[in-house]
Design a protein around this ligand. Structure first.
Ligand SMILES: Nc1ncnc2c1ncn2[C@@H]1O[C@H](COP(=O)(O)OP(=O)(O)OP(=O)(O)O)[C@@H](O)[C@H]1O
Ligand SMILES: [Mg+2]
Length: 604
């Protein structure tokens, strides 16, 4: 990786182009906190004019003393008081700026974090399975709040600019040439700064995958899910070593960049200093000749020094912003990403009841970025109030069928029909409302038991009666009864006072969530994998009653479960190899019968 960073060939055009990102950022900041932005700009404007005002007062004081030492003008002491007042104002304003910065940072962080979450939740499932997207999202997430530095830098830039202009006006008033000389000396430093800013960005960009791996290792090393295996397999030291290795490599890259920046930066800054002292010497010379008063000398020296520092800071702030602007690209790219699976305009509502059922017609599918057909020309129907079971060995595409049915992915070819109409014609959220799914890898929300069930229909999240009824259907009530705080009990061990459940108990809770949904199609992907034999039996007795008037799709490797379905589809190599009720398939003596016998034999 070290060699790679040296291959980076920064292009000026890209640097300038990145500055275009500034406008959207300004817009985001403005949206986040318009009031604070106005306040900050106002305070900074006043603060920016203070240096010139103070220099002017100092000049007046010195000139008054030099020329009228015997008879000081009547306003003389007012000048002294004014200078004090300006100095006091300066400290108050700088506190005010700090305050505005803090408030703005907070508001912006909140605004951008919620915006990222909101946007992330709308994107396609396939985006989340794409590593490029993940890198982008990671950078966007970090940048979301990191860009506060850029906002504060912008405030400083604004202030430095006004200060520089005001001081420059004072210098130009005496000699435009003087000012020009000053600028010429500062430009090299500016070029250097932006150059390194770009190198830093490129490096950071390249390091993202490595940083993601580090983050993953860090999570593995410190999470409840992995702790058991880490200990028993003795993996801890391996992960620590791997983390340290990557971390060292990144460190070396960063240090090598910092070193070259140190050297070049120092040389270039020296040029700026030389420029300042050159002009300073010129002003002293003019004063000795008598062309300038001592007050003017002091003021000009102050103005030159102030302008010189400010110009340098201005350029370095500017290049900081340019650097940050490059990072913004990822955040803006992320915000620009649009989900592909969306409802059409004027989409249809899903009818209630769905009298025509669902139909897969010549459906083929391969996952994005892969050319392997996971489903190959599948045809089947789910009739109203029919219970379908999907069986097949691991990786045959059972879960994939569910993802297509729920339109988490779009079919590659063919159609899925609902009441004879392509599901793409229906409103997506309406479709989801009518389907209750519990996936194999269902989510264990480390929140209260009530929430875990209530999330099945967020409108009823706090409706205890419905929640209890759903819990009863899935036998989760027995789990809840054991919890010290009942439905209000926090589950999982992430938060204080949480109670951990067993795999089967979690599964019952998840099932209750599906029941609460009260959807027309219920899909359970391995709903009983973690249940004991008796629970499973009871559960399916009940399942049969509960789904009597509904469509359901059941995926299971347990044939005791599967046999209760009205029709069983056997998936093999992306095709439906056999289908029919249990008894027919057994009589047929094909693949299903073979699998069934294999499992039954184990129990004899
Ligand atoms: N997000 C994905 N990207 C690419 N390929 C995938 C993805 N998810 C699954 N696959 C592939 O699609 C095939 C079918 O996967 P699917 O999850 O549908 O199998 P399944 O029948 O549900 O298996 P299991 O019984 O193990 O749950 C697998 O070979 C898998 O490698
Ligand atoms: Mg599966």
């Amino acid at each position: 990786m070290a060699e790679k960073s040296q291959q980076v060939n920064p292009k000026w055009r890209e640097r300038i182009k990145a500055l275009n990102n500034f406008r959207p950022l300004a817009k985001l900041v403005w949206e986040a906190a318009p009031g604070v932005v106005i306040a900050e700009l106002a305070v900074r404007t006043v603060a920016a004019l203070l240096p010139l005002a103070m220099l002017w007062v100092t000049k007046s004081i010195i000139d008054a003393i030099t020329y009228h030492r015997q008879a000081l003008p009547h306003y003389f002491w007012w000048l002294v008081i004014l200078e004090f007042g300006l100095a006091a104002l300066g400290t108050v304003l700088s506190r005010g700026i700090d305050f505005c910065d803090t408030v703005l940072a907070d508001k912006y962080a909140r605004f951008i974090s919620t915006k990222i979450m909101e946007h992330g939740s709308k994107l396609d499932l396939s985006s989340y399975e794409d590593p490029v997207f993940y890198d982008k999202m990671e950078r966007a997430r970090v940048q979301g709040t990191d860009r506060i530095v850029m906002i504060q830098a912008t405030g400083r830039l604004f202030q430095q600019f006004i200060t520089t202009v005001s001081l420059a006006a004072a210098i130009i008033e005496y000699s435009p040439l003087l000012f020009l000389g000053l600028i010429v000396c500062v430009i090299p430093a500016f070029l250097g700064e932006t150059h390194f800013a770009f190198l830093g960005y490129s490096l950071n960009f390249e390091q993202t995958p490595a940083k993601r791996e580090m983050e993953y290792l860090r999570i593995l090393g410190g999470s409840k899910e992995s702790a058991k295996e880490l200990k028993l397999f003795g993996l801890g030291p391996f992960f620590v070593r791997r983390y340290a290795q990557i971390s060292d490599a990144l460190h070396d890259q960063n240090v090598s960049l910092a070193k070259s920046k140190l050297l070049a930066g120092a040389l270039l800054t020296l040029l700026g200093t030389a420029g300042y002292y050159g002009t300073y010497a010129y002003v002293i010379y003019e004063t000795i000749l008598g062309a300038l008063s001592i007050g003017t000398l002091v003021m000009l020296a102050g103005a030159i020094s102030g302008a010189s520092t400010n110009i340098q800071q201005l350029f370095s702030t500017f290049s900081q912003i340019a650097d940050q602007a490059l990072f913004m690209a990822d955040l803006l790219d992320f915000f620009a990403m649009r989900p592909k699976v969306v409802s059409k305009p004027n989409a249809l509502c899903v009818p209630r009841p769905i009298s025509g059922g669902f139909e897969f017609r010549d459906v083929s599918f391969c996952y994005p970025g892969s050319s392997r057909l996971v489903l190959d020309n599948i045809n089947f129907r789910i009739r109203p109030s029919e219970r379908i079971a999907l069986v097949g060995e691991n990786g045959q595409g059972k879960t994939t069928i569910v993802k297509l049915l729920t339109r988490l992915y779009e079919v590659t070819s063919g159609q899925i029909l609902l009441n004879g109409v392509d599901i793409r014609e229906y409103d997506l959220e309406d479709l989801w409302r009518e389907i209750g799914v519990i996936f194999q890898d269902f989510v264990r929300y480390e929140m209260t038991a009530g929430r875990n069930i209530g999330f099945g229909r967020i409108e009823h999240c706090d409706d205890e009666v419905r929640i209890r009824a759903a819990a009863q259907k899935s036998f989760a009530e027995q789990v809840i009864r054991k919890l010290p705080r009942g439905l209000r009990q926090t589950l999982g061990v992430r938060f204080e006072g949480g109670v951990e459940l067993s795999g089967g108990e979690w599964q019952r809770i998840a099932l209750a969530r599906a029941y609460l949904r009260d959807a027309q199609l219920l899909i359970l992907d391995e709903p009983t994998a973690a249940l004991d034999a008796r629970s499973e039996h009871d559960l399916f007795q009940r399942f049969a009653d509960l789904t009597a008037q509904k469509m359901s799709v059941l995926i299971s490797h347990r044939f005791s479960t599967v046999r209760m379905a009205d029709r069983i589809l056997v998936l093999e190599d992306g095709r439906i190899a056999e289908q029919g009720p249990h008894d027919d398939l057994i009589r047929f003596g094909g693949r299903y019968a073979e699998m069934f016998e294999l499992q039954a034999a184990n129990y004899k």
